[in-house]
Design a protein around this ligand. Structure first.
Ligand code: HEM
Length: 488
């Protein structure tokens, strides 16, 4: 340990401001991949005014630090901007401690591998509604994607059926994330670098992050309050349906509950809505894009689905495990395009030493995109090849750890089982019933789809693109209609 002296390599700090101007605020993961090549290191470092950022580009390093040494790597950075935006209610951003543990435990039980079966009905209903939407208005793909992605968390958390994405709960949550997420990046908000700035008022000249934060706070408070009040009203009316919140309110009415528990439930429901919706939108957007530009993969998947499911019914959860190629598509979509390209920031609670480097106490990030595009593990990393997940015998290989769900003592994404169930059923049902292809212009020529993504800081979504979505046959069309009649 005494030999370890220097921080990991990275851009040379400037006088006084350190690396403040070097931190990328757009296309973050790719910039850190480039840094990795430039400084010839998979562990990178930059700092500004006492705040350190360490980026890990290699899976084995993340396993060593975030898992084996998880005790000291499981905190989250204390961003002063968070409180100004009411995002301290988001337990995914909470410091490692009692408050986080309490919320995580409740959430984990609700979404455990076994408990996810309780949500299969809701997932199937919402996936079938998406198929119906695609049938009637295929040009509104973004709308249907968002409806599916927001309606599952709203139903499982509050028992609330989202009727339209113009629902005020949805629009306020959207605005809050669009405005607030970029302020988390190192280099984007000076408040995170100079915590003392958090106490200057929003009207102070130049306090631009404060003004944005104040608006985000107003929106966030609304996102937390409105659906809770709605659920309470349904309880009073006697029309509530089971959900995390309504189950809790029922218990509270029967045997009482502490304020601490009520706060936790409120925080969990709000957190899950945000954590589930934007990530699912991102993956589904990537899925449609990747299917439209990879017709060979799509055709092979459809042959496999037809072989197992046949033409007389829609896929259901009992089919999972019987269509290996679909499993490979699920793995490959998440490998190609992890929605949170940098994962969630983990913070180190004490100085550590790794590979002869000093890893300073403070912020540290892992770069999921760099890990899922590591050429030594995934040859031709930018090619979409579900086949990479099969071994020589044609069986699925054991690379079933979906890196996009993260690492460590925070036991990675608490929603990974419901997410996996949702994405699997959505992918399989969409491919079973529709052909996805490039759209055509008036002269019948295919319109190319660009690879552009919209960057929201930590998260990215596929930029809007035109594609054609057509039912595979009259029989498939009828299956969708029948499923939706049954749902009503
Ligand atoms: C493809 C979809 C999803 C991806 C890629 C994803 C990814 C992630 C990642 C990378 C983390 C950070 C883990 C870490 O600390 O390193 C996380 C945390 C979290 N995710 Fe997901 N997630 C997805 C869907 C969901 C869904 C559907 C839910 C709903 C239950 C959810 C709930 C959460 C929560 C509550 C946390 C915070 C956990 C904590 O800090 O203890 N996620 N997710």
């Amino acid at each position: 340990r005494t030999q370890c002296r220097s921080y990991p390599p990275g851009p040379k700090p400037r006088h006084l401001i350190g690396n403040l101007l070097d931190f990328p605020t757009r296309d973050v993961a790719n910039v850190y991949i480039e840094w990795g090549k430039k400084y010839n290191s998979s562990v990178l470092h930059a700092s500004a005014l006492g705040s350190h950022v360490v980026v890990l580009n290699k899976l084995e390093d993340a396993i060593e630090l975030f898992e084996r040494r998880g005790r000291i790597y499981s905190d989250r950075p204390d961003y002063p901007i968070q409180k100004l935006m009411s995002w301290d209610h988001n337990f995914g951003l909470m410091r490692y401690g009692e408050g986080w543990r309490y919320r995580r435990k409740i959430c984990q039980e609700y979404f455990s591998k076994d408990a996810v079966k309780n949500h299969h009905g809701v997932i199937a209903q919402k996936v079938h509604a998406m198929l119906d939407g695609l049938l009637k208005r295929p040009e509104k793909l973004d709308y249907h994607n968002k409806m599916l992605s927001v309606s599952i968390p709203m139903k499982t958390m509050y028992g609330y059926d989202v009727e339209s994405i113009d629902d005020p709960c949805v629009t306020s949550a959207d605005k809050s994330v669009t405005l607030g997420a970029p302020l988390f990046l190192p280099g984007e908000s000076f408040i995170n670098v100079f915590p003392v700035l958090a106490s200057i008022p929003a009207w102070f000249p130049g306090a631009s992050s404060h003004k944005v934060a104040a608006e985000v706070k107003r929106l966030t408070d609304e996102v937390i309050r409105v659906p809770m009040e709605w659920a309470k009203m349904r309880m009073v009316e006697g029309t509530a349906v089971p959900s995390l919140v309504t189950n809790f309110l029922e218990k509270k009415n029967k045997i009482g509950a502490s304020t601490q528990e009520e706060r936790a439930i409120e925080d969990i429901a709000y957190t899950v809505y945000g954590a589930a919706s934007d990530t699912t939108i991102s993956v589904l957007g990537s899925f449609f894009y990747l299917m439209a530009v990879n017709p060979g993969v799509q055709a092979k998947a459809q042959r496999e689905i037809d072989r197992v499911v046949g033409m007389d019914r829609l896929p259901d959860f009992s089919d999972r495990g019987t269509i290996p190629y679909l499993e490979a598509i699920y793995r490959e979509v998440l490998r190609c395009r992890p929605p949170l390209h940098m994962g969630m920031p983990h913070s180190l609670t004490e100085d550590d030493y790794f590979k002869d480097f000093l890893i300073p106490k403070g912020g540290s990030f892992l770069s999921l995109t760099a890990m899922t595009h590591d050429e030594s593990v995934y040859p031709e990393p930018f090619a979409f090849k579900p086949e990479r997940f099969f071994d020589k015998n044609g069986d699925l290989n054991d690379d079933d750890r979906i890196l996009a769900y993260g690492f460590g003592r925070r036991q990675c994404c608490v929603g990974k089982y419901i997410s996996s169930a949702t994405l699997w059923l959505a992918f399989t049902s969409i491919l079973a019933t529709f052909d996805i292809g490039k759209a055509r212009d008036e002269s019948g020529k295919e319109i190319a789809i660009s690879d552009e993504y919209e960057d929201f800081g930590f998260l990215s979504h596929k930029k809007h693109f035109e594609c054609s979505i057509t039912p595979r046959s009259r029989g498939h069309l009828q299956l969708i209609e029948r499923a939706n009649v049954l749902n009503k």
